[in-house]
Design a protein around this ligand. Structure first.
Ligand SMILES: *Cc1c(COP(=O)(O)O)cnc(C)c1O
Length: 401
């Protein structure tokens, strides 16, 4: 094991990245979170764990995912653009890297019951998938409104054997589903593991999820070396909802000062339109879902409902690692509107023959804003495929006709 210094990559012992992170949890959750905190690094370092995790990533998820040189896009922007194809993972996005890691961890902690929360249903599907793989009971909390809006993913989870439980309080969306999941965990402290889907939540979740996703940048380094003779790109670009695909894509470059870290948030109908999810631009320090981070809130601290055309970026917070990248200046934060993301999705489809997820399209929408040069090597994390977004894309085609 390489000893890791305190840096942009890993939090301190209490889970802080600079001033962000920590574990702000009710007394009733202390026991579960402490157990996890004391065990996660130990279990993740066990040779049998590493072996099983790597084998499943290879044979079940389909890793390593390709690093593809996008020739037509490169020519258009007069630079060198490589796509990290997380869209080719089993279930169609990067989320499965994390759920595989957490199910293996849960089994080693002796847990027999898995809970999760989901907004659009992507994390719910990735969780239901690994529970089916391991034959473990799976309960997914989902806002009643989201259950109506995301019917295909609800059907997928049910087909995979999960029980989807509606959250009927508040706005009946992700925030309320999270509250229900936390309530469940408090009531089942012994046998249940809560699989969180992004680099959010109380310590150790942000660090644990970032480590499971860090396989993305580990592979990029090896693949870039083969293709360009250097392991380091000039830019690495990813969209940020909670920030897990970004954390994975950045991880092994965070302490390489020559690599520009580019984070793309969802600006919705415009950063200052009142319908946006650009957390770093609009947020202030606050506590959400167990950690201190940047958070969209009113002057008296009420969480503001975010808006993005992509359900996966429609989140009022951001993981503590990213809040630290923003305030320290290590990360370059930009945003793309709903309209720019739609346009980028159609453009990538026609230019490279790859239909991206709407979340992912935000990362492509900023290529023209970065002053790229012919000597640059740009890696874009292609976090997921667009099948789930076809209804939205079709609406756009119809309005354009
Ligand atoms: C969920 C999702 C995201 C956003 O989540 P992060 O934790 O920020 O990565 C991005 N892209 C795709 C394809 C997703 O499914």
């Amino acid at each position: 094991m390489i000893k890791e210094a305190v840096n942009y990559q890993v939090p301190d012992l209490h889970g802080y990245y600079g001033e962000f992170g920590g574990a702000y949890i009710p007394e009733m959750l202390q026991r579960n979170v402490t157990e996890l905190k004391e065990q996660y690094l130990k279990i993740m370092a066990e040779p049998s764990f590493v072996q099983e995790f790597e084998l499943l990533l290879k044979d079940y998820v389909g890793r390593p995912t390709p690093l593809f040189k996008a020739e037509r896009l490169s020519a258009e922007f007069n630079t060198n653009i490589y796509l990290k194809r997380e869209d080719l993972c089993h279930t169609g996005a990067h989320k499965i890297n994390n759920t595989i890691g957490q199910i293996l961890l849960a089994i080693r902690l002796g847990k027999t019951r898995i809970i999760a929360e989901t907004g659009a249903g992507q994390h719910g599907v990735a969780t239901a998938t690994v529970c089916a793989l391991k034959g473990i009971e799976c309960i997914v909390y989902m806002g009643e409104k989201d259950i109506e809006r995301q019917a295909p993913n609800v059907a997928r989870m049910q087909m995979l054997g999960a029980k989807v439980v509606p959250a009927t309080s508040g706005s009946k969306t992700l925030k309320d589903a999270t509250n229900e999941a936390i309530r469940d965990w408090i009531n089942h402290p012994i046998d249940t593991h809560y699989i969180i889907g992004s680099v959010v939540g109380p310590h150790p979740y942000p660090d644990m999820v970032a480590k499971f996703q860090s396989v993305i940048s580990k592979e990029i380094r090896t693949q870039l070396k083969e293709k360009t003779n250097s392991e380091l790109p000039s830019h690495i670009i990813a969209c940020v909802g909670g920030g897990s695909n970004a954390a994975g894509a950045y991880y092994h470059f965070l302490n390489e000062p020559t690599v520009q870290i580019v984070a793309v948030e969802a600006a919705g109908k415009g950063v200052y339109s009142g319908m946006s999810a650009a957390t770093t631009q609009l947020g202030k320090q606050g506590i959400l879902h167990g950690s201190k981070s940047l958070l969209m809130q009113t002057d008296d601290g009420q969480v503001v409902e975010p808006h993005s055309i992509s359900a996966g970026l429609d989140y009022p917070g951001i993981g503590p690692m990213h809040a630290n990248l923003y305030t320290s200046g290590r990360g370059h934060f930009v945003s793309a509107t709903d309209e720019e993301a739609l346009e980028a999705a159609f453009h990538l489809s026609k230019t490279e023959g790859i239909i991206p997820a709407l979340e992912t399209a935000h990362a492509f929408a900023v290529l023209g804003k970065l002053n790229l040069t012919p000597s640059d090597t740009v890696v874009v994390c292609l976090s997921g495929r667009g099948d789930k977004d076809l209804a939205t894309y079709m609406k756009t085609i119809q309005t354009d006709l």
